[in-house]
Write a protein that binds this ligand. Structure first.
Ligand code: NAP
Length: 295
């Protein structure tokens, strides 16, 4: 951690820089992606296409999908939206996703989640063809990601790793604590850190002493969905803190002010992990299109 501690020096100036880096790094990835999309379109006569699927009209989900479509458009990626009524069952959703998986005009598929409790989310995810799983939600993507094989990563964890790399945080030999174990965020974030030789501990709602685990951590990934759950007093001085949480009122899972007193680096909410997630989605969509179009 010498390098990180030395870089940041614990000043709020340096801490803020990681947030700026999150946004500017995401912008850079989107610019490069747009360039690749343009070249691909010119070479093949086909623009990369992302299909977005939304069940119901949850306002937050509607906003997220719209945001992703807008970013696609700006990057020269076409998007095709499938809006399904809230009452849609698993079978119908699976059929829709299989159809998109078989459609040569669609290169990537994003199924917006969470979905209604009546839907078997896993069955729906598994209906996405692995070569179009640009959000990295299928068993196949989890496996290839965990084994370091070619495939697609879960977008938020993938974005987190790019952020760490951009800030020269090498996970090798570090103790990483991931708080949260969801299939799309906590678990894959831990697997990516493990693949980079961190010693990984997962914490969750049944963890007996979260503070004790956090105090050992050189790298903390907060992926919980509980506003300001993690506080400065829980952290080891000099820790690198990545806040993937996003709660009502633009609040993360980390209490930024107290955590910034102890951390060497910390991502803010908003502006840290969030932009990296969308950038990773766009980047993987163009990669999927290139592979499917054979260029
Ligand atoms: P999730 O499926 O609800 O999972 C939350 C995890 O946190 C679960 O593993 C749960 O444990 C654990 N947890 C709950 N309360 C806890 C506590 N008091 N102490 C320790 N662990 C606790 O949520 P998610 O989909 O992973 O999302 C997590 C957060 O990330 C949310 O705020 C979400 O909005 C945000 N998010 C952000 C992005 C982005 O692009 N920035 C993308 C996705 C998600 P159990 O497993 O034991 O229930």
């Amino acid at each position: 951690m010498d390098h990180v501690s030395g870089t940041a020096g614990g000043t709020s100036q340096a801490l803020k820089a990681l947030g700026e880096d999150g946004t500017s790094l995401a912008r850079k990835i989107v610019e490069e992606t747009a360039e690749r999309a343009a070249q691909l379109t010119e070479r093949t006569g086909t623009a990369p296409c992302l299909a977005t699927v939304l069940v119901g009209e949850d306002p937050a989900s509607v906003t997220y999908v719209r945001m992703k479509q807008n970013r696609c458009r700006k990057a020269g990626i076409e998007s095709r939206h499938v809006a399904l009524p809230a009452a849609t069952g698993t079978e119908e959703l699976v059929a829709t996703l299989r159809k998109l998986s078989d459609d040569p005009g669609v290169h990537g598929i994003l199924l917006q989640h969470p979905m209604g409790a009546h839907i078997d989310e896993r069955a729906a995810f598994e209906a996405i063809a692995p070569e179009k799983d640009v959000d990295g939600v299928t068993f196949a993507s989890f496996a290839t990601m965990s084994f370091g094989l070619p495939g697609f990563v879960s977008c938020t964890p993938g974005g987190i790793m790019r952020l760490l790399d951009a800030y020269d945080v090498d996970p090798s030999g570090k103790r990483a604590v991931v708080v949260g174990r969801s299939a799309i965020l906590g678990k894959p974030a831990g697997m990516l850190l493990l693949a980079r030789d961190a010693t990984v501990t997962y914490c969750h709602s049944r963890t007996a002493d979260l503070s004790a685990a956090l105090r050992e951590a050189d790298i903390v990934v907060a992926a919980v969905g509980r506003p300001r759950l993690i506080r400065g007093q829980d952290l080891k001085p000099g820790a690198v803190v990545v806040d993937a949480g996003y709660n009502a009122g633009n609040v993360g899972d980390v209490d930024f002010d107290s955590a910034a007193e102890r951390a060497s680096l910390i991502t803010p909410v908003p502006g840290g992990v969030g932009p990296m997630t969308i950038a990773t989605l766009l980047e993987q969509t163009v990669t999927a299109a290139a592979r499917q179009l054979g260029v």
